[in-house]
Design a protein around this ligand. Structure first.
Ligand code: MG
Length: 347
């Protein structure tokens, strides 16, 4: 009789450029890959764990090691398997996402369909993805500008000491739409509103997480007065967060690594829409395995920010395309991506 077999491995993947946000800077990122096998079928998943979110290769591996799938008699019972994973221990959202992604890959491959078909979605409806420029000295921003050429939307990290010069530099280079992500970097609501009015005049389309997630009243005030849509990122993780956010932001950035994977990400997008919130599908710095998983849900999004695999020095997975500014899924069953040279020893 077949058994659901889990294998995993962790890497410290180098980034193509040092990545600087309002509160941190790094050159590598920890990623754990998982493989779920059932008979001849194999599904792949990924946990990407930026250090500020509290998970690590060690916490992910200890979570994976503690799982026992010996009771699983049919992995197409996705609800039951993921229900077990959810209730197994609290936290560990990225590690849980890795299992969720691998299980959807496995399930769809066994059915002979791409994952998006499990959710009744058409990848032709996916919006263009943005390309992210971090906080850098202006000469570095200048050198990165040609990287934005294939993209239809540029996302700029703000909260540094030369935000307006950065926006002016990019605006002089292109008239493409620009979005900004402040990563909680503004602390005074009136100054934040001034900044948003300044940004609106320069063709900015939305402002992500302008203020610290704890500033609930100030954030509500800012969203009421803001001429641009405000999008929650750090302030939202799981489905249950959406209900109290709906008066504080105009939209939410859904990331599989925060919300435990495709299944909850799908529900979040549906519920957010029903609450009148805009939907953004985002990512961490991750390989095209995690990006392919998020891209399955991109048809539900108003904005897509799936450029994490372009930020790696080398992508361990292949199969994902990029055309006309849109992350393109292959026609293959499952996620449509495959490891290039990862070997999987039995554990
Ligand atoms: Mg963000």
């Amino acid at each position: 009789m077949a058994e659901l077999k889990l294998r995993f491995q962790s890497h410290h993947l180098p980034l193509a450029h040092t990545f600087t946000l309002a509160h941190s800077s790094r050159t590598h990122t920890p990623i754990s890959f998982v493989q779920l096998q059932w008979g001849d079928y194999v599904g792949y998943g990924e946990a990407a764990m930026p250090p500020y979110l509290g998970e690590s290769a060690q916490t992910a591996e200890s979570f994976f090691s503690s799982l026992d799938f010996s009771w699983v008699s049919e992995p197409s019972d996705v609800e039951k398997v993921l229900g077990y994973v959810q209730s197994h221990s609290p936290g560990n959202p990225a590690a849980k996402a890795a299992i969720d992604i691998a299980l959807h890959d496995l399930h769809a491959k066994r059915l002979g369909v791409p994952v998006y078909q499990l959710f009744g979605l058409n990848p032709g409806d996916a919006p263009q993805s943005s390309y992210t420029i971090g906080i850098h000295p202006l000469e570095v921003v200048h050198s990165l500008l040609p990287n934005t050429d294939p993209f239809g939307l540029i996302k700029v990290k703000l909260g540094g000491d030369h935000d307006r010069d950065t926006i002016d530099l990019i605006r002089n280079y292109t008239d493409k739409p620009i979005s900004v992500d402040v990563n909680q970097g503004w602390t005074q609501k009136e100054e934040a509103l001034d900044e948003i009015y300044w940004l609106k005049e320069r063709g900015i389309v939305y402002v992500e997480q302008p203020m610290p997630k704890e500033t609930t009243k100030d954030m509500e005030w800012l969203s009421q007065h803001s001429p641009l849509p405000t999008i929650a990122d750090e302030a939202v993780q799981r489905l249950s967060d959406l209900f109290e956010l709906k008066n504080r932001f105009h939209g939410v950035n859904i990331k599989l690594m925060k919300c435990t994977g495709i299944r909850e990400g799908y529900l979040m997008a549906k519920v957010a829409k029903s609450l009148g919130l805009k939907v953004m599908i985002g990512c961490m710095t991750e390989s095209s395995c995690g990006i392919a998983a998020a891209a399955q849900l991109a048809p539900l999004a108003d904005w897509v920010d799936l450029d994490g695999h372009f930020l790696l020095a080398e992508d361990p997975f292949e199969g994902l395309g990029f055309e006309d500014g849109v992350v393109q899924l292959s026609q293959q069953n499952g996620l449509g991506v495959f490891p290039k040279h990862l070997s999987w020893a039995d554990q």
